[in-house]
Design a protein around this ligand. Structure first.
Ligand code: ZN
Length: 152
């Protein structure tokens, strides 16, 4: 597929450190569209849609928001903590969406695994199917995420 100038512009912005200190693509040499395609395939293999995943992430974040900064037990399996870094970060896609600079960390009590995400991650996954590039500070591996958030 031939890329449009808008797509090139978006990819350049994601690779730069303009919005996020280390960029959204990390060390990843693949194009933005290859990254999105590969993660979509992986998610399908895992039997989840990006809407399911984003909804579950949002649910876990929401449960810990009232305790801001403290660990909250969610269900039998999770400890969840939300840290608010104050301020907003814009979505790099060309639309007027800004997300709170909030970080959610979940700790799975049985496996000991920890996964973290920002509010922007939730938006990027839900709306753009984008889990960020390998090596980006907020890259989330779909398998790690799905294994953790849907574990019981
Ligand atoms: Zn967006």
């Amino acid at each position: 597929m031939k890329k449009s100038p808008q797509q090139d512009k978006l990819e350049a912005l994601l690779r730069s450190s303009k919005l996020s200190a280390c960029g959204f693509l990390g060390e990843d040499k693949r194009s933005l569209w290859e990254i999105i395609d590969a993660d979509a395939t992986e998610l399908e293999r895992l039997g989840r849609t990006r809407e399911d995943v984003a909804a579950r992430m949002q649910e876990l974040t929401d449960q810990a928001v009232p305790a801001l900064g403290d660990w909250v037990k969610v269900g039998k399996m999770f400890q969840v903590c939300v840290d608010d870094n104050r301020g907003m970060i814009p979505c790099p896609w060309p639309h007027a969406v800004r997300c709170l600079k909030r970080i959610t960390t979940i700790h799975h009590l049985k496996t000991g695994k920890t996964v973290r995400w920002s509010d922007l991650n939730i938006h990027l996954i839900k709306e753009h199917g984008f889990f960020e590039g390998k090596g980006a500070p907020f890259r989330i591996e779909p398998k790690d995420l799905v294994d953790s958030i849907f574990a019981s």
